[in-house]
Design a protein around this ligand. Structure first.
Ligand SMILES: Cc1cc2nc3c(=O)[nH]c(=O)nc-3n(C[C@H](O)[C@H](O)[C@H](O)COP(=O)(O)O)c2cc1C
Length: 495
C-alpha cells in the first residue's frame, strides 16, 4: 500500500501550488511549507497530496478495510476511483444531509426554516440549539411537529436529561435526527464555572462524557443521533501555544470514543478549533483558521463513518466542489452564514446538489415573498389570531416574522437592507399600538406593501444561478438604493 501510494504520488501528481502557511507552533514564526492539494484528476480517478496537520504523526486508519489514503507524518496521499461506491451511497447519511442549513441560534427558528423550505425541498434544515431542560419543559418554542428533513439540535451535558430531551424531539415531535452540540464556544455555555454544567465545545474536553451522552440518546430513540463538533479546543486566543486538545490525534480519539460507546456514525465537523476565553462566538467563527484537510483525513481514517464538512462555505458551487473532492468522500456539506445573509442561494440547491430538474417557473423574490406572507397569515391564525394578540404583541410578532425574510433583497442592486428598511418604515402604520380593532393589515398585506418599494426588475427576476456575491452589477445601483431609502424615510416621517 505504501509503495503504491508513493508511486501514485510521484508519478501521477502534479504539484499545483506551493504556498507558505502561518505557523502555530510557537510565538516566533516557524514557516511551514505546504504542498496545497496537489491534485490530478483523470479518467481513472483523482489522486493527490495534502497536508494533514503539522503535528500529527500517529499511524492512522482505524477503519482500515476501505482506506483510500496513507499518511506519512504530516502528509497524506490519497487516491479515489470513479465508479467505486462512495461513502454517502454506502452509509446512507440521513436524507438531505448532502447539503444542510447550519443551526443558528435566533436565526433558524420555525419561520426561517419555513422560508428555506419554500426554496429547497431537499436540503436538510436544522433547528437552533435548545438546552435539554428547555426542550423537556417546552419544546414548542423552536420545534415543530412532523417537520420533514430536519435535525433537532440539543445542548447540554447530562446524559439522562439529554436522553429525555431526545425522546421529546424524536417521539413527540417526529424529528428523524437528533444532534448534540459539541462546538459552541460561547462563554454562556462553556464558562459556567462548574465543569459538569458546561456544554457546547466544552464537551470536546471530555470525550467519555460526550460518548455517554450519545450512548444514552441513541438508546432512548430510533432517530439517528449525530454529533456536531470542532477540530479541537484551545485556550490561548493568540493560538501560538501548543495545546494537546487541538491536534488531529485529539479529534481522532474524540470520534473514536463516541463511535465505540454509542455507535454514532455521522459527525458534522466545523473545520476549525474553538477558542475558549478570549474570543467571542463571532470571532470564533472567523479567527481560527479553517482546516478542511483534517476533515478529509477523518473520512479516510474512519472509512465507514459519515462526515459533513462545515465552516466558510460561501456558495452552492463551492459546496458542490467539496462534495466532489477526492471522489466524493464527504457525506455532506453544511452552510450557515451564507444562507443566513443571502437566503436566495437556497433556490439553486435542489438542482445543483440534488440533481432535480429546474423548477418551472423558477422562484422569484416576488413569489417567495407572496408564499411567505401566506405562511405568516396561517401562523397568526394558528396562534389564536386576533383573540390571542394585543396590539403590542401583534407588532412584535410581525417584526419577528419579518426578520427571517429580511435578507431577501441581498444580492440585488438595491442592497441587502432595503427590504428591512421598508418594513421598519411601514411597521408603525400597519401595526399601530393604539389599535383596538383587528390589525390594520394582515401579515401578507404588510409584506406585500413592503415589496412595493422594491423595483419589479429585482422582484421578478428568476432565482437561478444566484450569484453568491450578489448581482450588484447595475451602474446606477447606488442611486436606486438611495432613492428607495429617501422614499422610505419620508414614509417614516409621515407615520
Ligand atoms: C448567529 C449564529 C448562531 C449560531 N448558532 C448555532 C447553534 O445554535 N448551534 C450550532 O451548532 N452552531 C451554531 N452556529 C454555528 C453555525 O452552525 C456554523 O457552524 C458556523 O456558522 C460555521 O459555518 P458557516 O461558516 O457556514 O457559517 C451559529 C452561527 C451563527 C452565525
Amino acid at each position: 500500500m505504501y509503495k503504491q501510494c508513493m508511486t501514485l504520488a510521484f508519478t501521477r501528481v502534479r504539484v499545483s501550488e506551493i504556498s507558505l502557511l502561518h505557523s502555530r507552533q510557537s510565538a516566533s514564526f516557524v514557516v511551514v511549507v505546504v504542498v496545497k492539494a496537489a491534485t490530478r484528476v483523470d479518467e481513472e480517478g483523482e489522486s493527490g497530496l495534502s497536508l494533514v496537520s503539522p503535528r500529527s504523526t500517529r499511524t492512522r486508519g482505524r477503519e482500515d478495510e476501505s482506506r483510500r489514503s496513507v499518511s506519512f507524518g504530516s502528509f497524506r496521499f490519497f487516491r479515489s476511483f470513479p465508479g467505486v461506491e462512495t461513502k454517502t451511497a454506502r452509509m446512507g447519511a440521513t436524507d438531505g444531509s448532502r447539503l444542510s442549513v447550519a443551526p443558528g441560534l435566533d436565526v433558524t427558528g420555525p419561520h426561517y426554516r419555513t422560508l428555506c423550505r419554500m426554496m429547497s425541498k431537499r436540503a436538510r434544515l436544522w433547528t437552533e440549539m435548545a438546552h435539554h431542560d428547555a426542550v423537556t419543559r417546552n419544546a414548542s418554542n423552536t420545534m415543530r411537529r412532523a417537520e420533514a428533513l430536519c435535525t433537532a439540535q440539543l445542548g447540554g451535558s447530562d446524559p439522562g436529561e439529554l436522553a429525555k430531551a431526545a425522546v421529546v424531539c424524536a417521539d413527540e415531535y417526529g424529528y428523524d435526527e437528533v444532534n448534540l452540540n459539541c462546538g459552541c464556544p460561547s462563554e454562556r455555555v462553556c464558562g459556567k464555572g462548574e465543569s459538569e454544567k458546561c456544554f457546547g465545545a466544552a464537551m470536546m474536553l471530555d470525550a467519555e462524557l460526550t460518548a455517554e451522552c450519545a450512548r444514552r440518546m441513541a438508546e432512548a430513540v430510533d432517530a439517528k443521533i449525530t454529533i456536531k463538533h470542532r477540530l479541537g479546543v484551545r485556550y490561548d486566543k493568540t493560538m501560538t501555544k501548543e495545546e494537546d486538545t487541538d491536534c488531529y490525534d485529539y479529534v481522532v480519539d474524540f470520534v473514536d470514543k463516541i463511535k465505540e460507546a454509542s455507535g454514532v456514525d455521522h459527525f458534522i465537523v466545523h473545520a476549525r478549533c474553538a477558542v475558549m476565553g478570549g474570543l467571542n462566538p463571532d470571532a470564533n467563527r472567523k479567527v481560527p483558521p479553517l482546516r478542511y484537510d483534517e476533515v478529509f483525513a477523518l473520512c479516510d481514517d474512519f472509512a465507514k463513518t459519515d462526515f459533513t464538512l462545515n465552516g466558510g462555505v460561501n456558495s452552492v458551487t463551492h459546496a458542490k466542489e467539496l462534495l466532489d473532492r477526492e471522489g466524493g468522500k464527504l457525506a455532506g456539506v453544511m452552510m450557515g452564514r451564507a444562507f443566513y445573509k443571502h437566503p436566495c442561494l437556497l433556490a439553486d440547491v435542489d438542482r445543483l446538489i440534488f440533481g432535480e430538474e429546474q423548477r418551472v417557473p423558477p422562484h422569484t423574490r416576488r413569489s417567495v415573498i407572496r408564499e411567505y406572507g401566506e405562511y405568516g397569515d396561517r401562523a397568526y391564525a394558528e396562534k389564536g389570531g386576533d383573540d390571542f394578540f394585543d396590539a403590542k404583541s401583534r407588532k412584535q410578532w410581525a417584526r419577528k416574522l419579518f426578520k427571517s425574510i429580511d435578507g431577501i433583497t441581498y444580492g440585488t442592486s438595491v442592497g441587502g437592507r432595503t427590504f428591512r428598511k421598508a418594513a421598519d418604515a411601514l411597521l408603525d402604520t400597519h401595526y399601530p399600538l393604539d389599535a383596538e380593532t383587528p390589525p390594520f393589515v394582515s401579515f401578507s398585506a404588510h409584506i406585500a406593501r413592503c415589496a412595493e418599494h422594491i423595483p419589479s426588475e429585482f422582484l421578478d427576476a428568476p432565482l437561478v444561478d444566484v450569484n453568491p456575491e450578489g448581482d450588484l452589477t447595475r451602474q446606477d445601483g447606488k442611486a436606486v438604493s438611495e432613492q428607495i431609502t429617501a422614499q422610505l424615510t419620508s414614509l417614516s416621517v409621515r407615520a
